[in-house]
Design a binder for this molecule. Sequence first.
Ligand SMILES: [Zn+2]
Length: 100
Amino acid sequence: MKCPDCKHEFRLTVREYLREPGGRHNCPACGTRFRLKYSVSYVVLLIMAEIITAAVPALLVFRASNNLLLCGFTFVVCSLVFVVPLDFYLDDRWRESIKL
Ligand SMILES: [Zn+2]
């Protein structure tokens, strides 16, 4: 990610990602507080990834088992395995930063 103030480029750590789920971070070089922009393409990509990798498998599990709890568990596990790493990648390398 890139600081909107001093243009310093740095890698997002897993610890920082988990500590700031709203996408607000501090630049390690100048200390500027900034947030990551929600673009239409980012939101559409995440929704599509959620549908393909979590909702469809969860619906297939529900159809096979008729168990709503197992369906919800499948949705959560698939989201954690596929969508959260994608969101981390997009936060670090794709989303634009905006100074607060
Ligand atoms: Zn900076």
